[in-house]
Design a protein around this ligand. Sequence first.
Ligand SMILES: Cc1ncc(COP(=O)(O)O)c(C=O)c1O
Length: 423
Amino acid sequence: MTMSFDVDAVRASFPALTQTLDGRPVVFLDNPGGTQVPQSVVDAMVGYLINHNANHGGAFATSQRSDAVLHEAHVAIADMLNAASPDEIVFGANMTTLTLSVSRALARQIDEGDEIVVTRMDHDANISPWLLIAEDRGATVRWVDFDVEDYTLDMDAMHDLINERTKIVAIGYASNATGTVHDVATIVKWAHDVGALAFVDAVQYAPHGPIDVQALGSDFLVCSAYKFYGPHVGVLHGRQDLLEVLRAYKVRPAPDEPPGKFETGTLNHEGIAGVLAAVEYLASIGEQYGGAYVDRFPGLNGRRLQLKTGLTVLREYDHVLSSAILGELEQLPGVHIHGIVDRGRLDERVPTVSFTWEGRHPLDIATALGHDGIFVWDGNYYALAVTERLGVESQGGMVRIGAVHYNTVDEIHRLGAALRNLI
Ligand SMILES: Cc1ncc(COP(=O)(O)O)c(C=O)c1O
């Protein structure tokens, strides 16, 4: 790391981190399932409900104030993703609902014999919507496998499978099971070379690193604020020209222009106020550490620069966490880590580490850790294609340790000690 990251200062912003169980601090390692929020996010949501609470488009003060907050939140996410315009940002219930909605709109462009590429490394929310529209339209689904030793996508197969019949390539940015970060920019380019659209699931990557939709060239990119220190709100970025021409499944009085045409019904306004605060929280990290990065991102300024810097700081601290988790798990006889373990390749993963342990059921491990106040996930976490491919689905899946920037190395050592106690 280029600077030392002050995790104690970070933790002081997150009230949930003071929770205890049986007198011991709780260790949140369930973060890939949802992160905790800073006090500023709580305050923004409460403040919205007290001062701004109203429906959209009214000719009176609270509605106008509410609309200003909603607009600011679109601008903030556009800054976070480096989108060309806030009109490219669509809010919705969650990533799954947004993906199902956009996939249905895209289905109109799919004909019999067309092809859709999906991967076995993806969360099912970036697989099933495409299987469903392929079934509806008579299209063929092409599956890209992953290497079960190396935990990377089979890029040769990806390249071979993308052809003139391909209409959509659905890929993840980072896996919520193996933690692998994929080479999204290359895959987007391959999709565009044949005129296909690239749909990127960035839910797992967004809490860990900066995203630049213009540099990636992605056509659609989805993430979820509750995974990046905000409330339960989904976010879709769509290229403006595509959002404009796509026919949305909407009611007649709703807007005909993006983003409104895809933001069906009344949104979770207080949640969106919280999303704005979550983005500001991430920008505040960049502001704090900006000095060390001052020449690193030429061309960016203001909040975009702060967000890029803040998320780069988190990405660098991630490597410390990944190393610590891998170090603890590697000490345990019979543990098999299902992800990249090479310390020279930590850039290719986020600190989301899944493992199986010979002779122990994942649910038993997660339950025992839970009793110790250490919260982790077990099962398939909807990455069903991954657990099936690894042959662990029928054995209860895997245990997932998922750290984020408010976790400490001491917490990871406590996890290690708790796991050793199970021997
Ligand atoms: C990689 C990934 N994609 C998609 C989802 C679904 O997100 P949401 O709950 O917002 O629908 C998740 C949730 O765990 C995820 O980890």
